[in-house]
Write a protein that binds this ligand. Structure first.
Ligand code: FAD
Ligand code: 2HG
Ligand code: ZN
Length: 506
């Protein structure tokens, strides 16, 4: 088991989607429909004539129907959900996506759009027999304007591949996340992924300059502009950013790439309490100013299970809390000095108990690797409930001790970590196995607590399959009604990613 999880983590961070999916499929999770008691909607079922049609447009190779080939596309990264799809389609062009959707819409066949399948809320895999349309073969880089930083690419490009490409031209991708080696930019756009440097470069509603998408009926919507300013009517691209494949399939993306920083420095600090982390964050903003590019935290248990389960080094001793600070600037000497001065000042003040600052690429990588691997480390303990919530910073960590007490010995680990700078905490609850009793202790309790603190029940991972029935904790009924109206307008037959995002109407 330990080896399997190590492989999964490694795959999500470094390798190709197929390999990651292969790793993830070694043990079969329970069917989502049974586990969550879902009723199939009245869609048509795939017939051999449908498969023949798909083969006529894609060829035999890009239509998967063999059980062994299809199974990995039915299972999500954390092995929480399993769908029952019988067909996976791998289009290579926007026209093919359009033909597929137009046909499915006429036949009332449901579709599950899929990118790198690294989503953490079960949105990327079918629930019943939805046809999986995976964009992995739409992976061409179209253009890169080195002056404006505008990159146009197909939606199936892997985030890390894009980052490597633009780095050769002194640019970087505006987002970074632990799944970069597997997730696709189309998946990032569709989930409005946040990640490790949102604090500095903002979210995708700001960075996405334009996009091309295909509606449920096959209509191609061309909003692929690269202009920074374009106020000609409704900003339609925003409908697709974060809509998790329920309003259309994103096929091309135009994204603004910031300049590659000349100097990068990373600090990793031990801290006594969460209150001190908040004081440190305030101080970092004023001491480091415009060069601050990440301010991340993890509690003792988050780092400890990562070190133990994945055999990774912790560059400092054990502390109740840890903070990772990164700077992106233009002067290595100056930035390094600034961060080192910050470390000395706050060691003197007692906010930092111990720490290390480095600009060496290998050492920075070791620190980031430890932080990015927390997401997979808990999976070794058995089953992990993942809560990705936004909470006003002064109450950011409140829920973790409360949950520890509530869970008692029912949980092996309850840990908190995340993007403090964005008010986004990830609470992971590891239990030996998924049981109804554990679920009832956690849900809706977590969401009630988050709502009481004026937070959001999904900060960056989306709603997917796991959270539609809790969305009302963060969305007012008037907003939900408008969401439903938009869905009906864009996808009247409801074929795109059913059972996801929108709650069922009673
Ligand atoms: P998938 O998982 O395949 O799909 C996600 C959703 O988007 C699904 O609803 C799917 O139907 C839809 N979709 C995918 N592609 C398209 C498309 N082309 N058109 C329309 N709909 C589409 N997320 C963060 O926000 N921040 C993080 O820091 C972060 N770190 C992570 C670390 C690890 C180790 C892992 C495993 C995941 C992490 N995630 C994080 C979650 C996940 O990686 C992101 O949500 C990512 O954006 C998903 O991209 P994907 O290509 O894998 O999409
Ligand atoms: C992260 O910040 C990701 O590491 C994953 O968003 C969080 O798995 C999680 O809980
Ligand atoms: Zn995160």
């Amino acid at each position: 088991m330990l080896n399997t999880i190590r492989q999964i983590v490694l795959c999500a961070n470094k390798r190709h989607v197929l390999e990651q999916i292969r790793c993830a499929s070694q043990a079969l999770p329970q069917l989502s429909a049974e586990k969550y008691n879902v009723k199939r909607k009245a869609f048509a079922t795939v017939q051999s004539t449908d498969v023949d049609y798909f083969k006529s447009i894609l060829g035999n190779e890009r239509v998967l129907t063999d059980d062994n080939d299809v199974t990995p596309f039915n299972i999500d990264w954390i092995k929480n959900c399993r769908g029952q799809s019988k067909v996976v389609l791998k289009p290579k062009t926007t026209k093919e996506v359009s033909q597929i959707l137009s046909y499915c819409n006429q036949r009332k066949l449901a579709v599950c759009p899929q990118g790198g399948n690294t989503g953490l809320v079960g949105g990327s895999v079918p629930v019943f027999d939805e046809i999986v349309v995976n964009l992995m073969l739409m992976n061409s880089i179209v253009t890169l304007d080195e002056i404006s930083g505008a990159l146009i690419c197909e939606a199936g490009c892997i985030l890390e591949t894009l980052d490597n490409h633009v780095r050769e031209r002194n640019l970087i991708m505006p987002l970074d996340l632990g799944a970069k080696g597997t997730c696709q930019v189309g998946g990032n756009v569709s989930t409005n992924a946040g990640g490790l440097r949102l604090l500095r470069y903002g979210n995708l509603h700001g960075s996405i300059l334009g996009l091309e998408a295909v509606k449920a009926d096959g209509t191609i919507i061309d909003c692929l502009k690269t202009l920074k300013k374009d106020n000609t009517g409704y900003h339609l691209k925003h409908l697709f950013i974060g809509s998790e494949g329920t309003l259309g399939m994103v096929t091309k993306v135009a994204i603004h790439c910031p300049v590659l920083p000349k100097a990068v420095t990373v600090g990793f600090f031990g801290v006594k309490s969460f209150d001190n982390i908040l004081k440190l964050y305030k101080s970092a903003k004023s001491s480091l100013g415009e060069i601050l590019s990440a301010f991340e935290m993890a509690d003792h248990d988050a780092i400890s299970i990562t070190v133990k389960n994945l055999n990774l080094p912790n560059p400092i001793s054990e502390y109740p809390f840890y903070v990772l600070v990164e700077t992106h600037g233009s002067d290595e000497g100056h930035d390094g000095e600034k961060l080192t001065r910050f470390l000395s000042k706050e060691m003197e003040s007692g906010l930092i108990l111990d720490g290390t600052v480095t600009s060496e690429p290998g050492k920075m990588q070791t620190i980031w690797n430890l932080r990015e691997s927390i997401a997979g480390a808990g999976l070794v303990q058995g089953y992990v409930f993942k809560y990705d919530v936004s909470i006003p910073q002064k109450h950011y960590y409140d829920l973790v001790p409360k949950l520890k007490e509530r869970m008692g010995d029912k949980a092996t680990v309850v840990c908190g970590y995340g993007h403090v700078g964005d008010g986004n905490i990830h609470i992971n609850v590891s239990v030996p196995e998924y049981t109804r009793e554990v679920v009832s202790l956690l849900e809706p309790y977590v969401f009630e607590q988050v709502a009481a603190l004026q937070g959001s029940i999904s900060a960056e991972h989306g709603v997917g399959f796991r959270k539609p029935h809790y969305i009302h904790y963060s969305k007012d009924e008037s907003a939900l009604r408008l969401m439903r109206d938009l869905k009906t307008l864009m996808d009247p037959n409801g074929i795109l990613n059913p059972y996801k995002v929108l709650p069922e109407v009673d």
